[in-house]
Design a protein around this ligand. Sequence first.
Ligand code: FMN
Length: 141
Amino acid sequence: MSINCLVYVSLANQEMSDKHLQDLLKKAREKNEALSITGMLLYRDGFFMQALEGEKADIEGLFEIIKKDARHRDVLLINKKPIKQRGFPDWTMGFNKIDNKDVEAIEGYTEFLKNPTPEFFIQRASEAEAILDQFKHQLFF
Ligand SMILES: Cc1cc2nc3c(=O)[nH]c(=O)nc-3n(C[C@H](O)[C@H](O)[C@H](O)COP(=O)(O)O)c2cc1C
């Protein structure tokens, strides 16, 4: 058993309404539950960041599927590493839609949060992790 965490960012191909996001999450959660995959998805203004936790082969297999999803593009792997404990053990896929109010509350991450781009994160895995951590206690949907 080797639990890994994979983090990526991507850009949405269309404006994601709450209905779009809910449909995506419903299917994702069903599949994740079957695979014992947990994690979190953040969405802000056309930008996704997702953490996937689970057996290495399972999250790698899922990532291959997610990469091909027509709902987003420019999918960039930020980090993949073994973890001792899951960060999101209770979430088959936690979700948060970040709005301007949240952005103002988070000091230090404003550059990303004001204008997120995948490129910003290529050299900044720890910042991606810090952002995910920040939202860990504010998951909804
Ligand atoms: C941003 C984003 C995040 C996604 N996250 C997941 C996920 O956590 N789990 C999952 O099963 N599918 C996720 N999907 C959907 C997959 O790409 C795919 O549509 C889904 O797994 C169904 O695949 P299937 O039709 O081959 O069963 C995500 C899609 C996008 C665009």
